[in-house]
Ligand binder design. Structure first.
Ligand SMILES: [Zn+2]
Length: 262
């Protein structure tokens, strides 16, 4: 695969900020002490633990039973990949942050801009596979953009198989459309992109969990998606979207962020 970034788009990077474990997770004091002593320790721990935590393809690890598809329509990009060392560390090591790709002609929202100025805000977020909703938080507020938000925010966790749950976070206030116990179908709208919880600007945080209490992300793969090359054409993805990649559901020409349907 060629490297580089398609020139016609950009990704607005605000991303997650806080390090507080979300609801259902166990705060691990030892882990935090290590962070205080030596920030690099977290990375070493993740590298050492990765073979044990890894999912599909990793020797001795359980294979991924659930076929996960992209939880959005159109062209989006990864603004924080797995094991980023930013906020995707520890229990969140295998999470991905996405925002819609925006044409270069769109100007990034300035400080003080309303949330509605952000391409992600209000975009539908879709169930990545069939399953049963097991946890929902729907009453959190959206923080203003560029504020370092705190709290668990609005989220949906869907169980797809034993030890396979997808989590979708930072959902918009009052946008969650599903309840715990409800069956959902792949592609069903579960909420809309927002700026709740530990987010700085609107984006979607998604991960596959092996455990909900405590929250534990695991390595995972998406199916049926394509990556936009710097040359401007789409090619099949390898299953694990990387930081900086632009992706869309395979075979479904997707518009960029100008096509926003709030
Ligand atoms: Zn995230």
């Amino acid at each position: 695969m060629s490297s580089g970034f398609p020139k016609q788009y950009y990704l607005h990077r605000g991303g997650g900020v806080a390090k507080t474990p979300p609801v259902g997770s166990a705060c691990n004091p030892r882990y935090h002490r290590l962070l205080l002593i030596w920030p690099g320790a977290a990375h070493v721990l993740i590298l050492l633990a990765a073979p044990l935590l890894a999912g599909a393809g990793a020797p001795g690890a359980p294979t991924q039973l659930t076929r996960l598809t992209l939880p959005f329509e159109g062209i989006w990009g990864v603004i924080q990949g797995t094991g980023s060392g930013q906020t995707h560390v520890g229990y969140a090591a295998f999470a991905l942050d996405f925002v819609p790709a925006q044409p270069k002609s769109d100007r990034p929202p300035p400080r003080g801009a309303p949330l509605t100025a952000f391409a992600c805000y209000g975009r539908p977020i879709l169930a990545p596979a069939d399953g049963t909703v097991v946890r929902v938080s729907a009453r959190a507020r959206d923080w203003p953009a560029y504020v370092e938000g705190t709290g668990d925010g609005n989220f949906v966790i869907i169980q797809h198989a034993k030890n396979e749950f997808s989590e979708l976070r930072h959902l918009k206030a009052n946008s969650v459309t599903v309840a715990a116990g409800q069956r959902v179908r792949r592609g069903q709208i579960v909420g809309r992109c927002g700026n709740s919880g530990n987010a700085k600007t609107p984006h979607l945080h998604i991960a596959l969990l092996s455990s909900v209490a405590p929250i534990a992300t695991r390595r995972f793969a998406f199916s049926g998606y394509e990556v936009l090359t710097p040359g401007g054409h789409f090619q099949p993805g390898d299953g694990e979207p990387k930081a900086g990649q632009l992706v869309r559901t395979a075979g479904r020409p997707g518009a960029a962020a100008t096509d926003r349907r709030p």
